[in-house]
Write a protein that binds this ligand. Structure first.
Ligand code: PMP
Length: 305
């Protein structure tokens, strides 16, 4: 359990999180008709400063998700970032934080449709450290396929779509693995249950195109930026399942998982069985950049206080 203490932004105003409630008749609760984001802020203990990471990119994606679902969000990206800063300040956080904005069909309704319903926007935040270990992940290629663009669009971060991710990750956990990698309907690699994937092959970083039914990850973009700054060659192309087995290095990236090294896929050891050289270098830069410690990537973050 989680005490639900702190302050939330609920449909236009800051309120105690414990009071931010919706009815069981809410359309989004019944049909999964919402979209959301997951954003992190990192506490820099030396500076006693909290840094909000890439909120603008997350809100641009949220507006795209909402557009696909025909949900109106009554704020611009700049206003959403400002509300997020206000929410963080109101909670006086002095730790790493996870922020969860939600936009949803808020009317009570029994109706399988998207039209004629009130839209609402709310968000809450909570302290959060590492969501999964960042080293030594053992993963399974799931028997669950990633949902595709003509079913529930993967590039929209849709609340109801996380049944697909939850089925895959639950299966992986019960089978003794840390995470699931899902294949797209065409059999190529898509992504993990809540993160994107990179592999390293002969010094080249490889990731799938955005048309592989992935969520268009903000962290994926940051990894591509780090790769460019470090002159690491990048290939964006379809990935076969067995390339996961033969990769020199393999890692997941996402707001929640951060950068997490995979050491085993379907009982095959990846590379030398530890965190690879390129993965380790990218991790080290990522974890400094998100706390505002690398001048070259200072524009990734906004100081909260
Ligand atoms: N794929 C899925 C399905 C996700 O839920 C997430 C987490 N938002 C990601 C990828 C990674 O995206 P990001 O780096 O923007 O957090």
């Amino acid at each position: 359990g989680w005490a639900l203490d702190g302050v939330a932004f609920f449909e236009g105003e800051l309120v105690p999180l414990a009071h931010a409630k919706v009815s069981i008749a809410t359309h989004a609760f019944n049909y999964g008709t919402g979209c959301f984001e997951g954003i992190r802020a990192y506490w820099n203990a030396d500076e006693r400063q909290l840094y909000l990471l890439k909120a603008d990119a997350h809100y641009r994606r949220m507006l795209r998700s909402a557009h696909i679902l025909t949900i109106q969000i009554p704020y611009s990206v700049e206003e959403l970032v400002q509300w997020t800063l206000e929410l963080l300040r109101a909670n006086h956080f002095e730790s790493d934080v996870y922020i969860r904005p939600l936009a949803y069909k808020a009317d009570p309704a029994i109706k399988v449709s998207l039209g004629g319903l009130r839209d609402a926007f709310s968000m809450f935040a909570l302290p959060m450290g590492d969501y999964v270990p960042v080293q030594g992940l053992r993963v399974q290629v799931s028997s669950w396929r990633r949902l595709s663009d003509n079913m529930i669009p993967s590039r929209a971060k849709v609340t109801g779509a996380y049944i697909n991710a939850a089925l895959a990750s639950e299966q992986a956990h019960r089978d003794g693995y840390d995470e699931a990698i899902m294949l797209a309907d065409d059999g190529h690699v898509s992504e993990a249950s809540s993160s994107n994937l990179f592999l390293v092959r002969q010094g080249t970083l490889v990731t799938t195109p955005v048309t592989a039914d992935i969520l268009e990850g903000v962290t994926r973009q940051l990894v591509l930026e780090l790769a460019q700054a470090n002159h690491i060659p990048v290939e964006i192309r379809p990935i076969d399942r067995t390339e996961l087995y033969t990769a020199d290095e393999l890692f997941l990236c996402g707001t929640g998982v951060q950068l997490a090294a995979i050491t085993e896929v379907d009982h095959r050891v990846v590379g030398t069985g530890g965190t690879g050289r390129i993965t380790g270098e990218l991790q080290s830069q990522y974890f400094q950049a998100v706390r505002g410690q690398l001048d070259a990537f200072r524009e990734w973050v906004i100081p909260v206080y």
